[in-house]
Design a protein around this ligand. Structure first.
Ligand code: ADP
Ligand code: MG
Length: 234
């Protein structure tokens, strides 16, 4: 997979397979192409070269229905991307009811179960501005889970949060990781990465410079660039 923005080479050939159920944590310095990589996977960005295959389907082939494939992919962003004028429950249920035309009662039931799982059962009528950042991010995770996705892409889900709220979001993510859903997570939370990742992908300047178990890549790093990076984020 390659991606350029007006001649600026941002992804220089990323070639990996993610197996069903795997938890991959992507780390690396700012500007190394982590977000672009994630956004290429669900075609929020169009790759300049290469293909993305998902569930045996080449989703970069324009003949395939990307919206249908995207429904199997959840995405969680740094800044939550909730609708400020929608209540919590409406943020979660709007797309399934309006876009996917699913049964309203069934959608509400599922949404309430997910809110409970996220520890937010008493917040369904609140508006995003009435919630903490950690609560907003948990709403965003519930929204991503509503599609019953096969994979969730997380782009620095805790970077906008105060340190004391980071833990509650990482905790729901750890719980999710135990359920077998495939997760691709960009984060600077190295302790969390070491705990949940099956594989760590270390990116620098649009290249994957190391890929392996947390043990090999971050606990006993051999690569000098990775050592320097880890010292900075500690
Ligand atoms: P990271 O998430 O690792 O910080 P990004 O993927 O956001 O890195 O960005 C990688 C590089 O691509 C940066 O130099 C950034 O400025 C550039 N970039 C990202 N998105 C765009 C865009 N839409 N247009 C032009 N340049 C972009
Ligand atoms: Mg980024």
């Amino acid at each position: 997979l390659k991606k350029e923005f007006n001649g600026l080479k941002v992804l220089n050939g990323i070639d990996y397979k993610i197996k069903q159920g795997e938890k991959i944590v992507v780390i690396g310095p700012s500007g190394s192409g982590k977000s672009t990589f994630l956004r290429c996977l669900n075609l929020l960005e169009e790759p300049t070269e290469g293909e993305v295959w998902f569930d045996g389907v080449n989703i970069t082939d324009p003949q395939n229905d990307i919206n249908k494939m995207r429904q199997k992919m959840g995405m969680v962003f740094q800044n939550f991307n909730l609708f400020p004028h929608f209540s919590v429950i409406k943020n979660i249920t709007d797309a399934p009811i309006r876009v996917q035309k699913r049964n309203k009662e069934e959608v509400y039931k599922e949404a309430r179960e997910l809110l409970k799982k996220m520890g937010l059962e008493d917040k369904e009528d609140a508006y995003p501005c009435q919630l903490s950042g950690g609560q907003c991010q948990r709403v965003a995770i519930a929204r991503a889970l509503m599609r019953n996705p096969e994979i969730i892409l997380f782009d620095e889900p805790t970077s906008a949060l105060d340190p004391e709220l980071t833990g509650e979001v990482l905790s729901v993510m750890s719980d999710l990781a135990k359920e077998g859903i495939t997760m691709l997570i960009v984060t600077h939370e190295i302790g969390f990465a070491a705990q949940v990742a099956d594989k760590i992908m270390f990116m620098d300047k649009g290249y994957v410079i190391d890929y392996g178990t947390p043990e090999d890549v971050i606990i006993n790093p051999k690569n000098e660039r990775i050592k320097t990076f880890l010292e900075k984020v500690k």
